[in-house]
Design a protein around this ligand. Structure first.
Ligand SMILES: [Zn+2]
Length: 370
């Protein structure tokens, strides 16, 4: 046993978006990817040259399992969102085809031995054993991934839910940013789950899929919880009582997720960590936003729950932002390991740290997967 780093699960990354929208070859180290993007700085996406996530760093951080997304929106007028350069497709068919492009990238990474899909309890058990038993230096272990949809627009109809499931999909968030076919999302009119959304939720529970509540409006959140009887998570989600705004959950919402035995993934976007952080203007360093700030949210959720069983990581690193919107004491995703010392210093014992690092997500998958 050479590896002394704790196993980590990160329940929210947008790896395919990074690969297929930002044209990042994630098999290369983060610092090489940054260099390749220097000429693009300020030309298209705000995080050019500032990425923090790639396979070598995920492995180096002993992050053996990630939930990673396909993102593909439908937008009636097809325009990008006002606030984000996410394309909105004119039709569900285009959105589905675009999602399939992202899926094909995951498949290609499987062929390279970079990734391995985790879809069942047995698969999870085997994968966890491999990562925690072999010596770390010994091999380039495939990183486990749970396939997730961030925004359900690309599910053309209920037949496609089953197609997605057969292709490995295990977690669905109904909405993302703006209006959605199944539910309204962040920065929308605040309406809730649509008629299509109600049907989708009912069908999802037959498949024991994970419902990801992140990006729902408050109205949609409570509606979805009423309808859905399966496992719920909030994959990348912080606390509204610390950082006001619709994107964060109120204590009542956090309590509901906890009561449903759900898990909340703490996110590292500085916009969700500091009440006054303004995107594109403020710097994490000047605002004093370090990793410690996330522990305030972790603490808050532990206080509400009365234990450490409902919180994990859902970092959202490189989720259309990079170093310019990441805690200043983090250079790459492998720095998630720094939380071991930070949590210890804040009074978390060994068992609590394991709960936060991976165990709560494992327990949730064990409760949910076939
Ligand atoms: Zn998101």
């Amino acid at each position: 046993m050479i590896n002394r780093k704790r196993f980590i699960i990160d329940a929210h990354l947008d790896l395919a978006t990074n690969a297929m929208t930002l044209n990042r070859d994630l098999t290369q180290p983060v610092h090489d990817i940054r260099k390749k993007e220097i000429y693009l700085e300020w030309s298209d996406y705000q995080d050019r040259g500032k990425g923090t996530v790639a396979f070598p760093e995920i492995r180096n951080g002993n992050i053996g399992l990630v939930f990673t997304t396909m993102i593909s929106r439908v937008s009636k007028n097809g325009s990008p969102l006002d606030t984000l350069d996410l394309p909105g497709w004119h039709s569900p068919q285009q959105a589905y085809a675009n999602a399939m492009c992202q899926l094909e990238w995951y498949r290609q990474m499987e062929l390279l031995g970079e990734l391995v899909p985790i879809k069942t309890r047995a698969g999870l058990k085997e994968h966890f054993y491999k990562w925690t038993t072999d010596s770390f230096e010994e091999s380039k272990k495939p990183i486990g991934y749970v396939l997730a949809l961030e925004g359900a627009d690309s599910i053309i109809n209920l037949d496609y839910l089953y197609k997605y499931y057969d292709q490995g999909l295990r977690s669905i968030g109904l909405s993302h940013f703006g209006p959605g076919r199944y539910a309204a999302g962040t920065h929308s009119d605040g309406s809730g789950v649509t008629k299509l959304g109600i049907e989708l939720l009912k069908e999802m529970s037959k498949l024991n899929l994970i419902l990801d509540l992140t990006h729902l409006t408050d109205k949609g959140f409570f509606e979805a919880l009423d309808i859905y009887d399966g496992s719920v998570i909030a994959s990348h989600q912080n606390c509204r009582s610390l950082v006001p705004g619709e994107r964060q959950f109120s204590d009542e919402q956090l309590k509901q997720v906890i009561d449903r035995n759900g898990v909340i993934g703490g996110a590292l976007d500085t916009w969700m960590l500091h009440p006054d952080f303004k995107m594109g203007i403020d710097s994490p360093k000047d605002m004093g936003i370090n990793l410690e700030k996330l522990v305030d949210h972790i603490d808050h959720i532990c206080q509400i729950a009365g234990n450490s069983k409902h919180i994990g990581f859902g970092s959202d690193l490189d989720g259309l932002f990079g170093l310019e919107q990441t805690p200043y004491d983090m250079d790459t995703i492998s720095d998630l390991q720094k939380f071991e010392t930070i949590l210890k210093d804040r009074g978390y014992n060994d068992e609590d740290i394991d709960n936060v690092f991976y165990k709560n997500w494992i327990d949730l998958m064990n409760r949910t997967f076939d």
